[in-house]
Design a protein around this ligand. Structure first.
Ligand code: PEP
Ligand code: MN
Length: 673
């Protein structure tokens, strides 16, 4: 009798072969498309078509009972590769047979992974050779052992990698490409041991610096410098020592047979490194791709010399993206300036700007002109555009009474008072703006983050609804200790990942002062729940964080007590407070709480802070959420926060008041219309 598992696996093997056949067939068609696009009159990318394609495959996936997020993310990868593949076919210099790329480190290091991503679509086979140092990788190019060196040049947390800059000034090489690579540091060890058992942690100094907050909080643990992140992982694997750890990528864990003990250990969740590709000769890439240019210049030692050079760019509308200065190796107190700007040398305004700049500089060297990183990113994976519809703007400020506030200067709220700050405060969270004349904000998400599938489905609905902020409880303040308390930090990671996939930002509640730093590393807005409105230690702790704070009104709090609570946050130096009316306790029991809509105009008179309304916790029943949300907008709220769930009846908390995703999409459409 045949083994049923073996026969199922044979069927899977067959299906996988067909998937690969289909991908290969797709690539052959893309090759023909690329040949047609040799006509420079045709655009290299069709963003609209990419958007339609993603929507179409997502709908097809839904019809077949597949998770549409899963299918969409696969297609984003396919599209990104297709765009890179076509671009690579437009340039004559790219690749050919056997491109050799030199990088610093060993396989599985971030340099290696980023290089593989950068050259994934190159023509012909690509070989990757790891070298001990940046210098050794560059020498390989100078000698002709490699065509390209691929080196990190800056990191979004720790700034410039000065060694690369200094090497660029010395060697007569050219920048031919860049790659911005997302870095996700993990703590790796041999076995899934508790964190407290790790005694030694090794990594590259850059990675250690990016994880400083996490490392400093560890007790009795030695930090050791290694050549690169993957070498550190390799050493742990070879040592057989359970008390050793390495900070490296998840890919390095898989490559060296290690376990991920903790994900996201960097000081901030968004961590990117920019790499540059360096070659002996300058190369020209397809001009239809957006370009960037890098220069190295020295100026005379006289007043305004650098300013005149920069002004030459500004005069011609050329946008500067980076300016770095490094000491000259030849003369003390002389500096070399490295400058990156948008646009390629083939563009007329860039040409004019550089001619002008040259007049004011002592010496200018063009390091290279190359396609910008992300030029091959398919539509929909870039930053979400800001909510667009002007008609959804809150009640114009002019309609709001600006009568002198009731509060005097000795009141409990000075910083929060309009007397202190007459203009409306607008809180910016990435591309989302809340307050003043910003468009009406739509924050939505589940009461609690329950699973990856649940939060991802919600994120998708929020994106579809044009909302920029995803809410989700990770630590839940429940009236009964026997009720679901939230999934904690695990939920926080799921929330962040779902939001990142749809270019959204996150709001989540923090319950304890000791958790503020850890939550702030992954969330974008810290929520203080109604039950904690007067937890002064917690208010001070969030006041010391750099994140905006969404302060809910306490169940029994007066408006002045609420503003006094906001003052606790502001007095610590954090002015980015958003107030959220969520219903108060009255004698009425028909609704869960009584939504105090009159608080909105009162607040808009007394404070400059943005005011939003949570109709879900007020009503307690989903049928009443939409009418109360409309009313909130009518009385001048700057936005609403709404609870949603893919299957409200099975929600682990607050199901009865949660809209299902279709109900939410309908409401969001109405608000956007
Ligand atoms: C919430 O928003 O998940 C919540 C617990 O709300 P509140 O603090 O208003 O009860
Ligand atoms: Mn809730």
């Amino acid at each position: 009798m045949s083994d049923p598992l073996a026969s199922l696996r044979t069927r899977l093997d067959d299906l996988d072969r067909r998937l690969i056949d289909a991908l290969a067939e797709r690539q052959r068609v893309v090759t023909e498309v690329a040949a047609l696009k040799a006509d420079p009159a045709l655009p290299l990318r069709d963003v609209e078509r990419e958007r339609e394609l993603l929507a179409r495959v997502s709908a097809l996936a839904g019809e077949q009972g597949l998770d549409s997020y899963f299918v969409e993310s696969i297609y984003r990868g396919i599209l990104e590769h297709s765009v890179r593949f076509q671009a690579a076919r437009q340039s004559n210099d790219a690749g050919g047979a056997g491109l050799v790329v030199a990088y610093q480190g060993v396989e599985g290091s971030y340099s290696h992974t980023a290089a593989r991503s950068h050259f994934a679509a190159a023509q012909g086979a690509v070989q990757y050779h790891g070298y001990r140092s940046f210098t050794a990788a560059l020498e390989a190019v100078t000698r002709g052992d490699a065509e390209v060196a691929f080196l990190p040049i800056e990191n979004s947390l720790t700034g410039s990698i000065t060694e690369t800059y200094d090497l660029l000034s010395q060697a007569n090489l050219h920048l031919v490409g860049e790659e911005v690579h997302r870095v996700q540091h993990c703590l790796l060890a041999l076995k899934p041991v508790p964190l407290g058992l790790i005694r030694r942690i090794g990594s590259h100094p850059q990675a250690l610096a990016q994880c400083r907050t996490f490392l400093e909080a560890l007790q009795d643990c030695r930090v050791e410098i290694e050549d690169d992140t993957a070498s550190a992982a390799m050493l742990v694997a070879e040592s057989g020592d359970l008390s050793r750890g390495a900070i490296a990528s998840e890919e390095a864990a898989a490559r060296y047979g290690l376990q991920v003990i903790k994900r996201n250990v960097a000081n901030q969740k968004e961590n990117y490194t920019r790499f540059v590709a360096i070659a002996r000769e300058a190369q020209s890439a397809d001009h239809r791709l957006p370009h960037k240019t890098s220069l190295l210049l020295t100026t005379a030692h006289e007043q305004g010399a650098l300013a005149r050079c920069l002004d030459a760019l500004a005069q011609h509308g050329v946008n500067l993206t980076k300016l770095e200065s490094r000491p000259s190796s030849e003369r003390p107190w002389q500096y070399l300036f490295y400058l990156d700007h948008e646009g390629g040398l083939h563009e007329p305004q860039v040409d004019l700007a550089l001619r002008e700049l040259t007049k004011h500089a002592q010496a200018v060297r063009i390091l290279g002109s190359y396609p910008r990183s992300g030029a091959g990113t398919p539509a929909g994976t870039e930053e979400a555009s800001a909510p667009s519809s002007e008609s959804t703007a809150a009640v114009p400020a002019a309609e709001i009474s600006k009568a002198p506030p009731a509060a005097k200067n000795d009141s409990a709220y000075r910083l929060a008072s309009r007397a202190h700050h007459a203009a409306d405060t607008v809180v910016e969270i990435g591309t989302v703006r809340i307050g003043g004349d910003a468009p009406f904000a739509m924050i939505a998400g589940p009461c609690s983050v329950e699973s990856r599938e649940q939060i991802t489905a919600c994120a998708r609905a929020v994106r579809d609804g044009g909302g920029g902020l995803l809410r989700g409880g990770c630590f839940k303040p429940r009236t009964s200790t026997y009720d679901f308390q939230g999934l904690g930090f695990e939920a926080l990671t799921l929330l962040h990942e779902a939001a990142h996939a749809y270019a959204l930002h996150t709001v989540t509640e923090v319950l304890h002062p000791a958790d503020v730093d850890a939550v702030a590393r992954e969330a974008d807005v810290l929520q203080i729940g109604a039950r904690n409105m007067q937890n002064f230690a917690l208010l001070k702790a969030v006041g010391r964080s750099r994140l905006p704070v969404l302060l809910k009104r306490g169940l029994m709090a007066s408006i002045d007590e609420w503003l006094a609570a906001a003052e606790y946050v502001m007095a610590e130096g954090n002015a980015r407070v958003i107030l959220c009316e969520r219903g108060i306790r009255t004698f009425e029991t028909a609704t869960r709480n009584t939504l105090d809509l009159s608080a909105v105009p009162v607040l808009r008179e007394r404070t400059h802070l943005p005011v939003i309304v949570d109709p879900s916790h007020a009503a307690g029943r989903r049928e009443w959420v939409a009418p109360l949300a409309r009313a909130a907008r009518a009385v001048g709220a700057h936005g609403v926060m709404i609870e949603i769930h893919p299957d409200p009846d099975s929600a682990l908390s607050d199901g009865p008041q949660s809209l299902d995703l279709d109900q939410f999409r309908t409401l969001a459409r109405e608000f956007a219309a």
